[in-house]
Design a protein around this ligand. Structure first.
Ligand SMILES: [Zn+2]
Length: 552
């Protein structure tokens, strides 16, 4: 039997020519491909970009009956942003907590707790968001147990700030079994006032006393938290997060969330190496990571980037060459013997994984570069980008030169300085705080940088970060204006440079045919709008792998 040749009707696409699923016409499509002028139209089929055109109607031939056409003649398209150092897992835990980060003074802080208590069955735990700094409250301090008791005495209340600080009300202290007589665990502080009474504050290892009595969220609750938290990232223009502290057991939580379609952003996980030290412990951790990867759980949405260690503390414990302000005998804390850390890093890279190490103070960074040099000497063929400095906050000229010469990438986070400047000035003084994140120098000297937030210590947000890197604005005013960089540079640190850090330059970071359709649509052009507009600028749409994950 012969078939009549099929005659396509004029407006029906021929079957041999794929139509676009999404076509965007905009004022400018900044592809971020070096040397390429802005385009006016971009087409997406499946999870990939299929075409770009200089004419807004240049891709109209790809329109089929199912094509979603976005006509946005005033809007600007950019690649979706990466947050290259953030904590999605922590965000997922706290996203439904009482939003105390919105309070500007303790009265408002307590009112938020009181409001939640009124809507919570007596006896249930009440917890908070973690992305706030007490120095940014009018009173410049944490609430006390007594104050929390005025918000509710019918619920255990756990106020959490960041990952290592808590304040408990009396009911929570009771449940945790903490009294004035409780001895401090090694590496932890149970704060007491001048009379020896509990203030309710737990620091570092002491938080485990509270964590062990806190009801553990079930899987459904974890997935729900990740759904809300990842959507909140996407709502600011972020399409990929590099989570820098994923407990190894949480890889399965992320996998379950992805399987339910609950992850609005791609996740690159750094498995936490914070609980391991001996070679046996490192190997046991790596065995678990290897087994998870060997089971085929990774894909372009969720993958393991490497392992995370920390060589020193943060605002109040970063390791410095010179003493802390007003504490002539205190230089911060180094958390590893260099030889031990070199052995641990060496074991990780020996399994083909990458390593990111937190370094905050100048002594911390110097010691870390010694460690990395030692590892590179043992493994001369190690590919560039295997060893990464996380933060490198107080990077002096000599250390910058070493990092550049060793071709070691550095992730930087202006939002950390934005929120933490008052805390840092108190601990380090103004000169050293101003010297944090010398981005201008890093870039001029040829460093491989990528940018992020370090949420919950700093706020995340694509353009919030660009605004910060270009203005050096913080809650304490402009800090270190000489280290500011250009907008185009700041955007590159979240896109093309970020994709290089994750080894995905072929697929992400620029808008070119064949790359993943990870893009953002902005109501005004972030490259040319008034700089103050950047601070609150949010995308109309965020697309990840062709899927619209956020729409304004
Ligand atoms: Zn971090």
């Amino acid at each position: 039997m012969t078939q009549q040749p099929h005659q396509p009707r004029p407006h029906q696409p021929r079957p041999d020519r794929p139509t676009a699923d999404l076509l965007i016409r905009a004022a400018a499509v900044h592809t971020l491909v070096p040397g390429e002028p802005p385009r006016r139209a971009v087409a997406v089929t499946g999870d990939r970009i299929t075409a770009l055109a200089a004419d807004p109607h240049g891709l109209d031939g790809l329109i089929g009956p199912a094509t979603e056409v976005v006509d946005a003649p005033g809007a600007t398209v950019l690649p979706a942003f990466d947050d290259t150092h953030t904590h999605l897992i922590l965000a997922g835990h706290s996203v439904h907590g009482v939003p105390v980060h919105r309070a500007t003074e303790l009265a408002g802080f307590l009112a938020l707790l009181r409001e939640r208590a009124a809507a919570t069955p007596a006896g249930d735990w009440i917890t908070t968001t973690v992305n706030w700094q007490e120095l940014n409250l009018a009173e410049q301090r944490m609430p006390t147990t007594e104050e929390l008791d005025t918000a509710t005495d019918r619920h255990p209340v756990l106020v959490r700030r960041g990952a290592y600080n808590m304040v408990l009300n009396s009911a929570a202290l009771r449940l945790a079994g903490i009294t004035a007589a409780t001895p401090e665990p090694p590496g932890g502080v149970i704060e007491r006032d001048a009379e020896g009474r509990l203030t309710g504050r737990l620091i570092n290892k002491a938080i485990e006393l509270a964590e062990r009595v806190l009801p553990r969220p079930g899987l459904a609750e974890r997935i729900d938290g990740l759904r809300a938290a990842s959507a909140a990232y996407a709502a600011t223009g972020i399409g990929t997060v590099r989570d820098c502290l994923v407990p190894v057991e949480d890889l399965d939580v992320l996998r379950a969330a992805r399987a339910e379609g609950a992850l609005a952003v791609r996740v690159r996980a750094l498995v936490s190496g914070f609980a391991v030290r001996t070679p046996e412990e490192v190997d046991a951790l790596l065995d678990r990571v290897d087994a998870w990867r060997a089971a085929g759980h990774e894909d372009s949405e969720l993958s393991v980037w490497g392992v995370k260690f920390g060589i020193d503390g943060g605002f109040e414990a970063g390791a410095l060459e010179e003493p802390y302000q007003g504490q002539p005998c205190y230089h911060g804390r180094l958390l590893w013997e260099p030889k031990e850390l070199a052995d641990a890093v060496d074991r990780v890279v020996g399994r083909g994984l990458r390593v990111g190490v937190h370094a905050w103070g100048d002594r911390g960074l110097r010691t870390l570069l010694d460690v990395f040099e030692e590892v590179l000497a043992r493994r001369p063929g190690l590919p560039a980008g295997t060893l990464v400095v996380e933060h490198g906050g107080l990077a002096r000229a000599e250390q910058r030169a070493r990092a550049v010469a060793l071709r070691i990438p550095v992730t930087v986070q202006h939002p950390l300085l934005h929120d933490g400047a008052p805390t840092q000035q108190r601990a380090w003084g103004e000169e050293r705080t101003r010297a944090l994140f010398p981005l201008r120098e890093w870039l001029d000297e040829g460093a491989m940088l990528a940018a992020g937030s370090d949420f919950p210590v700093g706020p995340y947000g694509a353009m919030l970060s660009v605004w910060g890197m270009t203005t050096r604005r913080t809650v304490a005013g402009v800090v270190g204006a000489e280290h500011a960089i250009e907008r185009s540079e700041a955007i590159a640190l979240h896109t093309s440079a970020a994709a290089r850090l994750t080894g995905e330059s072929a697929d992400r970071g620029a808008l070119r045919p064949g790359a993943f359709a990870d893009l953002t649509l902005w109501p005004s052009d972030p490259l040319s709008c008034p700089v103050e507009e950047l601070r609150g600028l949010l995308p109309d749409r965020t697309v990840v792998g062709g899927r619209t994950v956020h729409r304004h």
